[in-house]
Design a protein around this ligand. Structure first.
Ligand SMILES: Cc1cc2nc3c(=O)[nH]c(=O)nc-3n(C[C@H](O)[C@H](O)[C@H](O)COP(=O)(O)OP(=O)(O)OC[C@H]3O[C@@H](n4cnc5c(N)ncnc54)[C@H](O)[C@@H]3O)c2cc1C
Length: 403
């Protein structure tokens, strides 16, 4: 399927980085994704690929729209749009390896959105210095009893002198085993509901922070998905994002929601990438293996047309959500529309490609069976399709999406 340049006029800098990602995709992301998938294990943090990509200045930073200086006159620099463009391309080649790349990853947005200038400098500037070893960060909201309904988190935080003490369990946290720090959401008082939410940066090596499990996943095996415990984990008061004065009017919870508004379009863009990959496999198969005429070919092409239309729609929804964010406009609705739409379209695209390939699709030497296992997670992470529908529905009748 047509690449993003068919949809959007890109500035010179984005075109150059996109070209870099494309080359890296063909040379490394796809082969390493297949390698990790076949091995059933994430790429180790000391894999030479991470060092190479870190030195190149690309890494997860560029792919996940890192903190960047604004345009000189306060004009938007469209870094979230750029993030979507690059996330689509990286995911086209391999979504698992794309998530495994060093950089702040999903940990970046909460620090960026909730942190004080000093905290942003302390925790994000380390990703700009590429002379040392590759670095990762991570995000931890999900708990055994709190997935879609993040208001139910139970990880407790208690103030003790100039520290906070954290206790609880976090699960499905991507890259947290190798992370230099994890942005952790906790509650100071469950009775206060959302008003009790606080966000912390927990640094690796802090006593009481321990990763206890790395999941064996059906797909996207190239990155780690971890469960960790916080047991009397003492975090300096300076690691409370935004400082204590920040937390009036449920701002801890709202900060998490704002963070999702930044990351959902990126996940949706990942889905566009996988959908494109599936559509390309189907196109090539029709070209190489189908008879030149006949009903079977006509039906397959009709499916391809429908799918192309749906994928283009997904892409435009992602770009619109990111564009509004870059312009400082509310984007909760657009972000949920993109997240609600793109992953199911990608699921259908992979399924359609299976229909077109027939039994050839399930062979392990084809990429398609891997895409089938990789794609589902996009419908789950950062809020499921059903949850996005609730958010959109509440907006349509004028209710705030945050309840
Ligand atoms: C590979 C992977 C990586 C992840 N990475 C991270 C990460 O880095 N950090 C992090 O914090 N989390 C992460 N997650 C967790 C992810 O965000 C949650 O899995 C997701 O929010 C859904 O939560 P849940 O799995 O507990 O499902 P549940 O909330 O238990 O939902 C189960 C089902 O019920 C439906 N449902 C729930 N509530 C409603 C409702 N009100 N109305 C209708 N239907 C509803 C859901 O749509 C879903 O189909 C990751 C998950 C995976 C699989």
């Amino acid at each position: 399927m047509k690449t993003i340049e068919s949809t959007l006029e890109l500035d010179q800098r984005t075109r150059a980085v996109l070209e870099q990602v494309r080359n890296l995709g063909a040379s490394h992301l796809r082969p390493l994704g297949l390698q990790a998938d076949r091995a059933g294990a994430p790429l180790p943090p000391d894999h030479p690929f991470f060092e190479m990509v870190w030195r190149s200045g690309l890494a997860g930073g560029a792919l996940a729209a890192p903190e960047e200086e604004e345009g000189g006159d306060g004009a938007p620099n469209y870094r979230h749009v750029r993030g979507c463009v690059l996330a689509e391309e990286a995911s086209y080649w391999d979504r698992g390896v794309a998530v495994s790349l060093p950089g702040p990853g999903l940990g970046g947005p909460p620090v960026q959105l909730m942190g004080t200038p000093a905290q942003r400098e302390q925790f994000l500037s380390i990703f700009r210095d590429r002379t040392g070893p590759p670095l990762w960060a991570a995000f931890a909201m999900t708990e055994p009893g709190a997935g879609s309904d993040v208001a139910r988190i139970e990880t407790r935080c208690t103030k003790d002198g100039d520290h906070w003490v954290l206790n609880g369990t976090k699960m499905f946290s991507s890259n947290s085993k190798r992370a230099r720090w994890v942005a952790v959401f906790a509650t100071a008082d469950r009775a206060q509901g959302r008003a009790g939410h606080r966000a912390f940066v927990v640094e690796s090596g802090t006593p009481g922070f321990e990763v206890i499990r790395v999941e064996k996943k059906m797909g996207v095996r190239a990155y780690e998905t971890c469960t960790f415990v916080l047991q009397d984990c003492r975090v300096p008061a300076g690691n409370l994002l935004g400082g204590e004065e920040y937390y009036g009017e449920r701002r801890g919870f709202k900060g998490a929601m704002a963070s999702f508004n930044a990351t959902r379009p990126v996940i949706a863009a990942n889905a566009v990438g996988i959908a494109r990959a599936a559509a390309d496999i189907a196109r090539d198969f029709i070209h190489d293996e189908y008879p030149r005429t006949g009903t079977r070919r006509a039906l397959a092409l009709e499916r391809m047309v429908d799918m192309r239309r749906a994928i283009e729609r997904s892409r435009l929804l992602c770009l619109r959500a990111a564009w509004r964010l870059d312009r400082g406009e509310p984007n909760a609705l657009e972000s949920s529309l993109a997240k609600m739409h793109a992953p199911p379209v990608a699921l259908r695209a992979v399924s359609m490609a299976f229909d077109i390939l027939g039994e050839a699709g399930i062979r392990r030497d084809r990429l398609l069976e891997k895409l089938y296992r990789d794609v589902k997670v996009l419908d789950i992470v950062e809020g499921t399709q059903q949850v996005q529908r609730l958010i959109v529905a509440r907006r349509l009748v004028g209710l705030p999406s945050q309840g």
